[in-house]
Design a protein around this ligand. Sequence first.
Ligand code: ADP
Length: 498
Amino acid sequence: MRRVVVVSNRVSLPEKKSGQAGGLATAVAPLLQAEGGLWFGWSGKVHEEAEDQPLGFAQAGRVRYATFDLSPAEHEGYYNNYANGVLWPLLHSMPELMRFSRADLAVFEAVNARFADLLEPVLAPDDLVWVHDYHLFLLPRELRERGVENPVGFFLHIPFPAPDIFALLPNGADLLEAVLSADLIGFQTEADLLNFAAAAESLLGARRRETTRLLWAGREITLGVFPAEIDARAFAERAAAAAATAPVERLRRSLAGQSLILGVDRLDPSKGLVQRLEGYRRFLETSPAWQRRVTFLQIAPLSREKVASYQALRRELLMMAGQIDAELGDPDWTPLRVLTRGESRATVAGYMRLAQVGLVTPLRDGMNLVAKEFVAAQDPDDPGVLVLSRFAGAARQLEAALLVNPTDPDSIAEAIGRALAMDRRERQRRWRVLWEGLVDRTPEEWGRDFLHTLERVAARRSGAELGPLSGGRSAPFGAVRPALAPGLFFSRSSNAVN
Ligand code: ADP
């Protein structure tokens, strides 16, 4: 394969021992380590002189890292306010948490342009460019405008909402148009793909050709579903090895024979933590026989601490946790333990193996790798039970879990009761089905699948000489884009890509 250039907001630098708590790093790092290539993006550092500094380079194994820092104003406008204060909640269908301002959008646009300014000079003509996630929606167009003709793929790790929710984004049409400069756009689930295609049709007037092709501005863009994977065998080994380590042993002793219910999520409004705690409270209230016989450990490392909705969630969650322990606990029994710091991934794997119940109840989630990791971590002889939100992308692959509606605390309470009471044979049977759905896939294959598709799609594009890649910009920001006649977009490309 040609050299792979992964571009993501944040680069997981090799010196960081435990890596980031996040799905993107978990999915991408193994692919790059296996294939070699360049990982380009923000270093995670923020300081005043950042905008004048050149790229920094590092090498570890087969991966070269090219990173740059952000200024405080960039970090605030691009990362905190627009990417995480607007796009994240909107794309998770939580528009009420959106805080839009044109000033933040201008910084978001400028930082996407800066990514392109810094990236373009380090690209070789043969590179495959793989742009990751919502922070960089505008980057494909920025690259085309700088004359980059390489194959460009874009993968959205998070969900794409129904078109009428997406339409709430004031610059939605422009954002779609920018990402449509890519050759291939990948999604976690078919539902996300269909929502995206419908939004491109209704906001831009793009035309659909079969399920996976969009015709826009004289070009054909391929859409595809690539569910992010974990290395289940490696995770299983890690969990088994961790089970004998001191932190896991300490947790086991502290439980004194109680059943462990475990949650592991960044402290994020999309993860359904408030409803989950409420569900646990209802479970204890409606199943008093389980009181003193269970402990719920929620690991919820702080995330995006500068964003107002995350601060509000932290306050609410810690207040609820205090109430549950104060009102339902005993001097010698703490029903709920909440930790807001991160743990090493190995230790988390060991905790997962110890747990009888894994609670993974996001209100909406692109994939949710924790759900897959929980399955992989179990002892096949005596597996725990996964309680999983229907609205996590992972639910499409993990139908043998106990699926719940995460907005309904009673549904969570019932599932906890069912999971704790489930006999061993049913646990084994469900676990085997879940495991078999995961075990033959790896993040490396997920990445190769995407990249091979990108190569094929781009080869057809260059073979067909589809004309200039830069589709041009939409109407000025804020203007309403009329739905244009489809024929305008369906010109020379009609027979070009098959
Ligand atoms: P998201 O990308 O929204 O954070 P995912 O469930 O897809 O959600 O991915 C989270 C990843 O981060 C998983 O691989 C998980 O093991 C890891 N992770 C989450 N919390 C922690 C933690 N406290 N310590 C270490 N790793 C964590």
